[in-house]
Design a protein around this ligand. Structure first.
Ligand SMILES: [Zn+2]
Length: 330
């Protein structure tokens, strides 16, 4: 994913303008323990949370052990094989939605595939849960080695690992709505940030959906990205709260987190992030939000590795998703 340039300019304007008051307020806020209402936030341990964060973290590690996973790479193909087997074993109906693009550097053909997992396919109306499963070709924000190795533990593996664990709960999910997991390819097959196109997989998926070629009607979509940072801070994403049709969904999910006394879901907007929810909403007309922790110092660097992520963070986000699903599919 990326940030719009306007945001960078705005941030600089704030800094250069000496927005001391704002800085002071943020500090005060953080000293309170972030949740806004610290008296209701609890310090949960892994054992207390009814979502197996330890196993989700083990999945994250297994994905990272495959190495870098850019579109069409050996790591991506190995990951596809692992995930198809995993989701099929748990009872999901798995399908690879294949498409081709031209390589942004040399114009050669690149084969891509979104991985779709359907639960209760007989249910007409559905909820879409997604993440990207490709990793950026290079850690281009790395201060030392921007052409080095990018593993994408948080930016790539975290959303996939969460859905791998959530899959265990899906067969017994009772209600009227079905659920699809979709793992997008080509979210950031980006070699040059100025010219290359983001969101190839979600754009393809959204076009197929808008053309009526998919066998699902989605009521909502949720993109999970960078949700395993050991220092987890989930502010509301600015596009997701600005769009009239998705704002209630943001409020609903953050209120589930408040009910569970999870201080990491902070009910305030902070970053505007360009991610797969843009094509899903703009092209596919699916009301889709992003849940993303954009305060991650290792973003697009070689240091985005499994040791920066935590089982507890995965447990917390997984718990919120499961609780929200249980009430929303009814
Ligand atoms: Zn990224």
């Amino acid at each position: 994913m990326s940030k719009p340039n306007g945001q960078t300019i705005f941030l600089w304007a704030c800094i250069l303008g000496g927005a001391a008051l704002l800085g002071g307020l943020v500090l005060m806020y953080e000293n309170q323990g972030v949740a806004g209402n610290p008296s209701t936030a609890r310090r949960w341990t892994l054992e207390q949370i009814p979502f197996d964060g330890a196993r989700a973290y083990e999945y994250l590690r297994q994905i990272c052990d495959l190495g870098p996973r850019p579109s069409a790479s050996p790591g991506m193909l190995a990951q596809q094989e692992m995930l198809v087997e995993h989701f099929q074993k748990l009872g999901g109906k798995v399908n690879l939605q294949q498409f081709r693009i031209r390589h942004p550097r040399d114009g050669s053909e690149v084969r891509m595939a979104n991985l779709m997992v359907r639960w209760h396919p007989e249910r007409k109306e559905r909820i879409l849960l997604c993440a990207h499963y490709d990793t950026r070709p290079f850690p281009d924000r790395d201060p030392i080695n921007p052409r080095g190795t990018f593993l994408g533990a948080n930016d790539g593996a975290s959303g996939v690992a969460l859905l791998m664990e959530l899959a265990r709960q899906m067969p017994q999910l009772r209600g009227k709505l079905g659920v699809d997991f979709v793992l997008f390819d080509g979210e950031e097959f980006v070699f040059n940030d100025d010219t290359d196109i983001y969101f190839l997989g979600s754009e393809y998926f959204a076009r197929e959906y808008a053309a009526g070629r998919l066998d699902s009607r989605y009521r909502f979509g949720i993109v999970l990205d960078m949700i395993a940072d050991a220092d987890l801070q989930l502010f509301e994403e600015r596009n997701s709260v600005a769009w009239r049709e998705t704002r209630p969904l943001v409020k609903d999910i953050w209120s589930v987190a408040a009910r569970l006394a999870l201080r990491e879901f902070i009910p305030q907007p902070k970053h505007e992030v360009r991610d797969d929810h843009l094509p899903l909403r703009n092209t596919g007309k699916i009301p889709t939000i992003a849940i993303i922790d954009f305060d991650y110092p290792f973003w697009h660097t070689e240091a985005d590795t499994a040791d920066k992520c935590s089982a507890l963070s995965l447990a917390k986000v997984g718990w919120v998703m499961h609780e929200w699903l249980k009430k929303s599919v009814k």
